[in-house]
Design a protein around this ligand. Structure first.
Ligand SMILES: [Zn+2]
Length: 138
């Protein structure tokens, strides 16, 4: 499908294992600091703001907005070449973190900074799914 990048299975680390397992259930998890409440992205076992090791998982709403993006028109990489043109974006979640991602389910020319998006999952077939974002219903 045009605009959709390949969906290779990630190799979970001990710190990301639960995150990737949740993606297979259609859930986007965020780690949150139990001491200063900062949402932590990417998944890791300590808070990058206050240094606390007291963190726990919570489910993100899956809603956010396009913070910035680019439309990729050229690639020689198999799998990526067939997806041209595709959108690579930073999406800012409602909870605050910004995720590097792929915008799908719309024409690249329709993507705008500030556009409301929602998470969608693409099954890797190996017990995980990759998160991408699509325009949110208005
Ligand atoms: Zn903290």
């Amino acid at each position: 499908m045009s605009g959709v990048l390949p969906t290779p299975a990630p190799v979970p680390t001990p710190e990301s294992e639960e995150f990737w397992a949740a993606t297979a259930q259609g859930k986007l998890l965020l780690r949150r600091c139990d001491d200063c409440q900062t949402p932590i992205w990417y998944p890791r076992g300590f808070c990058p703001v206050c240094g606390s090791f007291r963190t726990s998982w919570s489910e993100a709403s899956g809603r956010g907005v396009v913070y910035t993006f680019t439309v990729v028109h050229r690639s020689g990489v198999p799998g990526y070449r067939e997806a041209l043109p595709y959108v690579v974006a930073y999406v800012e979640l409602e909870e605050g973190p910004r995720l590097l991602t792929n915008i799908v389910e719309c024409e690249p020319d329709d993507v705008e900074v500030g556009m409301a998006v929602r998470v969608v999952f693409f099954d890797t077939g190996k017990g995980s799914a990759l998160y991408r974002f699509a325009p949110a219903p208005s």
